[in-house]
Design a protein around this ligand. Structure first.
Ligand SMILES: Nc1ncnc2c1ncn2[C@@H]1O[C@H](COP(=O)(O)OP(=O)(O)OP(=O)(O)O)[C@@H](O)[C@H]1O
Ligand SMILES: [Mg+2]
Length: 288
């Protein structure tokens, strides 16, 4: 695409959406397979229903799969933007309910290996989305890598996903500890997925909050509890997000409640969230 066409597209894109404060949420877990991608996708869709502009960003490069969960195959990925110099607008795809998403790709070994020019271009492209979305949701892979850590620490807030299983909770604790050691200020919320009952979910949160409070002097918030329910696997098999495939199911109701509570909470921001995100992100990479 030539520069003129690109600028026009950018202007058209921005015309309807000015002055938004883009919030960046990183969704992480210690243990893999706990339901991050399903949560991100369904949360994004439900958040979008409230009139918010949302973009889901699959950052699990190498293991990316949000497009599979949506039954769409992405034409372009984040790797194309970096390697083939496409613009960010070229790689934004549309999923169910017209949800904007950026697919993670394979073949990018590490952001750390990007040369200065590629990295500044990556940042420049990222900067362009500011003001166009209310929320950017990063679906991170399980655990932390050098690269993902920078995205996590630059985000305005982190959602940690765990199941009530002791191994998953222990890994969630390790993840929180790791983040907390690097940044004490970043707000962390817990999503308990696959709970057998709401009391099991609450207990999982309370136990974890007790240890983070005691050993890390960190208070975490409860984002919500999603029950273990066969409708999730059915939706995955149907390659349709569960809030669409089974809108009356318990997990769908839980997502609705989470979005209601989340959007109802008052957040006081001192600096524009996206500026904070970009500044931190730049700093981590220039310090590398
Ligand atoms: N609430 C739930 N009830 C029942 N099964 C669930 C629930 N949430 C997730 N699952 C099951 O867990 C599987 C993995 O979910 P998902 O791919 O979202 O996890 P993930 O944390 O993104 O995994 P990875 O770490 O590999 O990225 C789903 O395919 C589904 O079978
Ligand atoms: Mg995933």
């Amino acid at each position: 695409m030539n520069d003129q066409a690109r600028n026009l597209r950018k202007m058209l894109h921005m015309a309807s959406n000015t002055e938004k404060e883009t919030n960046v949420i990183a969704v992480v877990s210690g243990k893999g397979g706990v339901g991050k991608s399903n949560f991100c996708l369904n949360f994004a869709l439900e958040l979008k229903k409230t009139g918010k502009e949302v973009i889901l960003f699959d950052l699990d490069i190498g293991m990316a799969n949000v497009d599979i969960l949506m039954g769409t195959s992405a034409k372009h990925t984040i790797v194309d933007m970096i390697e083939r110099e496409l613009s960010i607008w070229d790689i934004i795809e549309r999923g169910p309910d017209n949800l904007s998403f950026i697919a993670g790709g394979t073949g990018l070994s590490s952001m750390f290996q990007l040369n200065h020019r590629k990295f500044s271009r990556f940042l420049q492209q990222l900067e362009l989305v500011n003001g166009n979305y209310d929320y950017i949701i990063f679906d991170m892979g399980a655990g932390v890598s050098k690269d993902s850590l920078h995205f996590i620490l630059s985000a305005n807030e982190v959602f940690v996903v765990t199941t009530p299983e002791p191994t998953s909770v222990t890994d969630a604790y390790a993840m929180i500890k790791y983040i907390q050691l690097k940044d004490q200020e970043i707000p962390i919320s817990l999503l308990v997925n696959r709970a057998d009952s709401s009391s099991e979910g609450k207990k999982t949160f309370e136990n974890l909050n007790l240890v983070t409070h005691q050993f890390l002097q960190k208070e975490i918030r409860l984002l919500g509890i999603i029950p273990d329910d066969p409708s999730v696997l059915k939706a995955v098999k149907a390659q349709t997000p569960f809030v669409i495939h089974a809108s009356e199911s318990k997990p769908s109701k839980a997502i609705q409640e989470i979005v209601q509570q989340y959007t109802g909470e008052k957040r006081e921001e001192l600096t524009p969230p996206f500026t904070t995100f970009l500044n931190k992100f730049k700093k981590y990479f220039t310090d590398r």
